[in-house]
Design a protein around this ligand. Structure first.
Ligand code: PLP
Length: 383
């Protein structure tokens, strides 16, 4: 089976699996306990925090371990909105954010916050100058993702960070970094990011684990009330094995990011070249986007039928993103990029990982062509 769904999740590094099993079997102490088993676990947690911080050129005290980016995004966005509401109740985000950001803002709107929803251009990017024009004295937070999970569109974060801070130096900048880390260069310092969230399973770490970066001096209203773990932001006994495994995956992915980028770009170019002559295929990911995500529409073809036909040939790809692939609604992201309902309902996402070879990508291209040729006559299309 050829797995081409790395934007949904990735196979863990063998070192990550080893770390998880070693720590779960040998260091099961509670890090808050005063005895030796507790101290050993606390040391591992401290080390994990240092490694994650180093991968982001951050301070260990700026790293909060979470259960992943859905939790991290909710904590960062709602936590900032609630903590700083005396400064104002205006927030800004984009219409194509992941549901864990989009729905968090929707909830805040229901609770009385004012949200400005930035539109995107045809390539899925936000206009930084237009965004900055909306920043006001009472704007507390701007949240823009690094890489779009459906199309791979890369947002101009450095430009956005600079412009919003010029307009109002107190405004906080949150970046959902899930699809970019380990794939593209990350610089929280150049982006002037105050909050940054990751899910480890997107870069070969464990599922149900991630981090939230909270810049020194920034405060959040803690959504999870309880003990003083994780700087008081997330009460509850820490998952030491997961934290150590996140750290392992972060270090390996950060070290190999430039190599991954070059590799994915080469494979993306081969695939795109291979399928470029398919009639009626509409590419939704731009060549300036993240190279590991290739997204296209084939209007008229039911994407789930194409996915199943490809699966019969041994290739696993996805329709839309993993969290929305079971809904029959057209993609919100594609509609916002100006695609019509038919185009937005016929999207296929192919996402690349470390494991792929040029030969495998060529085979996928050929399988795609033959699947479309087989299915298109049923819809009256050219194939
Ligand atoms: N943000 C983006 C851009 C994502 O792609 C995802 C997962 O698909 C998330 C947030 C949420 O991550 P998780 O499901 O691991 O909580």
């Amino acid at each position: 089976m050829h797995y081409f769904d790395h934007a949904a999740t990735t196979p863990p590094y063998p070192e990550v699996i080893q770390t998880l099993t070693d720590i779960m079997s040998l260091y099961y102490g509670n890090p808050s306990a005063l005895h030796r088993a507790g101290e050993d676990a606390a040391k591992l947690l401290k080390k994990a925090r240092e490694v994650c911080a180093a991968a982001l050129s951050a301070l260990p005290s700026e790293i909060v371990f979470t259960s992943g980016a859905t939790e991290g995004n909710n904590m960062a966005i709602k936590g900032a909105a609630m903590h700083y509401q005396s400064r104002g109740r205006h927030l800004i985000t984009a219409v194509t954010e992941h549901p864990s950001v989009y729905q968090a803002f929707r909830q805040l709107e229901e609770l009385g916050w004012e949200v400005t929803w930035m539109p995107v251009a045809g390539d899925g990017t936000v206009d930084p100058a237009a965004l900055a024009e909306h920043v006001r004295k009472d704007t507390v937070l701007v949240s823009i993702m690094h890489v779009n999970n459906e199309t791979g569109a890369v947002q101009p974060l450095e430009d956005i960070g600079r412009r919003i801070k010029e307009k109002n130096s107190r405004v906080l900048f949150h970046v959902d970094g899930v699809q970019g880390f380990g794939k593209l260069p990350v610089s929280l310092q150049n982006w002037q990011a105050d909050l940054y969230t990751l899910s480890a399973h997107k870069f070969k770490g464990p599922k149900g684990a991630g981090i939230m970066y909270v810049k020194q001096g920034v405060q959040l209203y803690p959504l999870i009330a309880g003990g003083s773990q994780e700087g008081g932001y997330r009460g509850g006994t820490e998952n030491v094995a997961a934290a150590a495994a996140v750290a392992k995956a972060m270090r390996l992915s950060a070290e190999r990011q430039a190599e991954f980028y070059e590799r994915a770009r080469r494979l993306r170019d081969i695939l795109v070249h291979h399928i470029a002559d398919m009639p009626e295929l509409m590419l939704n990911s731009s060549e300036h986007g993240a190279p590991h995500i290739i997204h296209f529409s084939y209007p008229g073809l039911k994407p789930e039928v194409l996915v199943h036909t490809l699966e019969e040939g041994g290739f696993l790809v996805s329709t839309k993103s993993a969290c929305s692939s079971k809904s029959s609604e057209p993609s919100r992201t594609l509609i916002e990029m100006g695609r019509n309902a038919d185009e937005a309902a016929s999207g296929i996402r192919i996402s690349l990982g470390w494991e792929h070879t040029e030969a495998e990508v060529r085979e996928l291209g050929a399988a795609l062509k033959s699947a479309v040729a087989q299915l298109a006559p049923m819809t009256g299309r050219k194939g």
